[in-house]
Design a protein around this ligand. Structure first.
Ligand code: AHG
Ligand code: MN
Ligand code: MN
Length: 296
């Protein structure tokens, strides 16, 4: 079944369905850049990271499409210093976008993706208030995984650029994969204990450098991804609004959990769009384990 028909069958709010379709339609354009726009741009983003040509291209494509559609009032992206307000929008929605996650892997042809969070209004709100979230993964297949709060559903792009249903109502299984970010020498004691416990239980290492690809794998195979607080960086590396809450919402809807080590990440009120946070995401068992180790 085509994505558009599936959204209708599910009784998805029409404005929300239009917005999800809009993102799905940009995937072809974003992918076209993989051939033509390789390499780094000569600019840095607000985090001081060198932008890749494709980071900027994907950002421009998505912002232009959103502005033209007038489907959202607020656009926040990882590549922009400020939240963009669309004055004459037809919906009060806000979106947070990581246009290209894992972009350091572009030159080695590994999977990267686009991550989107959808809010009923302004984006500086609890993740728990989100209307939905989605990601598009550009791998051997291009897939789109979304939730609007009633299940997590996955689609695959065909040769005509349309997405068709692959899997309805995805749930995260039990599994023994771990994707531990940051350097082991910088681990804080509670995190070291957590990782060592997983290793003693036979968890296998799978860390690619693309959060969205790693979480996608964990959503399908179980286990957990972490990018913790570490020596000298108490907020870790990843961004609350662009990476943490959207994938946190998806994994939670699939029966998993997300945490900053202390509390559910979806209960954290952002202060600024650029907020970073420690992230633990995956199976409920693993997330409960880190929270209990940290508490003790
Ligand atoms: P982005 O490409 O959007 O800047 O995000 C990169 C992130 C994330 O995708 C990944 O898990 C992490 O950075 C990898 O960081 P390290 O290179 O420190 O492992
Ligand atoms: Mn990212
Ligand atoms: Mn990015």
């Amino acid at each position: 079944m085509k994505l558009e028909d599936f959204l209708k069958t599910k009784g998805t709010n029409e404005n929300l369905a239009q917005l999800i379709m809009l993102f799905s339609k940009q995937a072809t354009d974003i992918k076209a850049g993989f051939l033509s726009a390789q390499g780094a741009a000569d600019t840095k983003n607000v985090y001081g990271e060198t932008q890749m040509a494709l980071d900027k291209r994907a950002d421009e494509i998505l912002i232009a499409a959103l502005k033209e559609s007038k489907l959202v009032s607020w656009i926040a992206t990882e590549e922009q210093p400020d939240i963009i307000e669309v004055k004459d929008a037809v919906n009060p929605f806000g979106v947070t976008i990581d246009p290209l996650d894992g972009s350091s892997l572009i030159d080695v042809n590994l999977s990267v993706g686009t991550i989107v969070g959808i809010y009923p209004g302004h984006v500086l709100e609890l993740g728990n208030t989100m209307l939905g979230a989605l990601y598009i993964l550009y791998g051997p297949l291009t897939t789109l995984t979304y939730t609007t709060g009633s299940g997590v559903h996955e689609f695959v792009m065909g040769e005509d650029g349309n997405f068709t249903l692959m899997q309805e109502n995805l749930t995260i299984p039990e599994g023994k994969i771990y994707a531990p970010g940051a350097l082991r020498k910088d681990y804080l004691p509670y995190h070291k204990q957590f990782i060592e416990q997983l290793e003693s239980e036979g968890y296998k290492l799978r860390f690619s450098g693309s959060f969205v690809a790693d979480v996608h794998q964990i959503l399908h195979k179980g286990g957990m991804f972490s990018y913790p607080a570490f020596e000298g960086k108490e907020n870790g590396k990843l961004r609350l609004l662009f990476e943490g809450t959207p994938l946190g919402k998806l994994v939670t809807e699939a029966g998993g959990a997300v945490s900053n080590g202390n509390i559910n990440l979806l209960d954290v009120k952002p202060v600024a769009v650029s907020d970073r946070t420690p992230i633990y995401i995956g199976g409920r068992k693993e997330i409960a384990l880190i929270e209990s180790i940290k508490r003790s």
